[in-house]
Design a protein around this ligand. Structure first.
Ligand SMILES: Nc1ncnc2c1ncn2[C@@H]1O[C@H](COP(=O)(O)OP(=O)(O)O)[C@@H](O)[C@H]1O
Ligand SMILES: [Mg+2]
Length: 247
């Protein structure tokens, strides 16, 4: 279980303090698929960076199965796979396979397991045809597939995906949806952020809505539809913002 307790994070920008995440608390059960919804600048990336151990909260704590992840990050890192949409961080001069092997080695995966895992992911993502081509010449969608494969290379049980479909064409976005369904069946815990309500609606049983760093909803989509007497997430989101912080 992921347990977020009163987490805040601020940044100092010249003389101004930006409160990117404000006193956010929620829990995510094992095997849950959660959509993190919010406009640009809402604090989604900051929150995911904190859950991935990369960034420390200014206050509050995050626990995974009772382990304080910022106190003992090494106990947790290997169980988490992360994808941050804005930065692919692939090596253009290497092939897709070499990129994946490189990250597999960083995770300390054995040679044999690495090969099995790369072949499996290549089939699953339809990357077989270009697995041995240099990433430098890849389209955005091809790169994104390699990046998602990289996030999954060590078969993590918790998967954090920051705007994974931004910039993908329809085919790749559909492939991504298929992948989420598959991962859910395998019992993975997934948090993915998006500003596309429709996507979240199709994929998640629970959602977290954040607005200007504050959580304005946390619960199942079903409950939300019942509360709001609508299943139009765009409409619900806007009306919650207008009404202020309600839960
Ligand atoms: N490293 C940083 N330094 C200064 N401000 C930051 C930094 N990271 C994020 N912010 C600010 O925090 C707020 C939330 O950003 P972010 O988490 O990236 O939002 P989102 O991912 O929802 O678009 C924004 O106002 C952003 O400018
Ligand atoms: Mg972001």
């Amino acid at each position: 279980m992921i347990d977020i307790q009163h987490v805040s994070r601020s940044f100092q920008d010249k003389k101004k303090t930006i409160e990117a995440v404000k006193d956010v608390s929620f829990q995510i059960k094992k095997g849950e698929v959660v959509g993190l919804l919010g406009e640009n600048g809402a604090g989604k990336t900051t929150l995911l960076r904190m859950i991935s151990t990369i960034l420390e909260p200014s206050s509050g704590s995050i626990f995974i199965d009772g382990i304080n992840i910022h106190q003992e990050p090494m106990k947790i890192k290997g169980r988490i796979g992360v994808l941050f949409g804005s930065e692919t961080g692939l090596y253009d001069r290497l092939t897709a396979r070499e990129n994946l092997s490189y990250f597999a080695k960083l995770h300390g995966i054995s040679k044999h397991e690495m090969k099995t895992r790369i072949d499996y992911l290549a089939v699953r993502f339809g990357m077989k045809d270009y697995l041995d081509r240099r990433v430098g010449g890849f389209s955005k969608g091809m790169r994104q597939k390699v990046t998602i494969a990289r996030a999954l290379i060590h078969n993590p049980e918790i998967i954090l995906l920051d705007e994974p479909t931004t910039g993908l064409d329809i085919t790749s976005a559909n492939m991504f949806r298929e992948l989420i369904h598959q991962l859910r069946k395998e019992g993975k815990t997934i948090i993915f952020s998006s500003h596309i309500m429709e996507e979240v609606k199709q994929l998640c049983e629970s959602i977290i809505m954040i607005h200007k760093g504050e959580m304005i909803y946390n619960g199942t989509t079903e409950e939300l539809y019942l509360q709001e007497e609508s299943d139009d997430l765009n409409y619900i989101f806007m009306s919650r913002i207008v009404r202020g912080n309600l839960s």
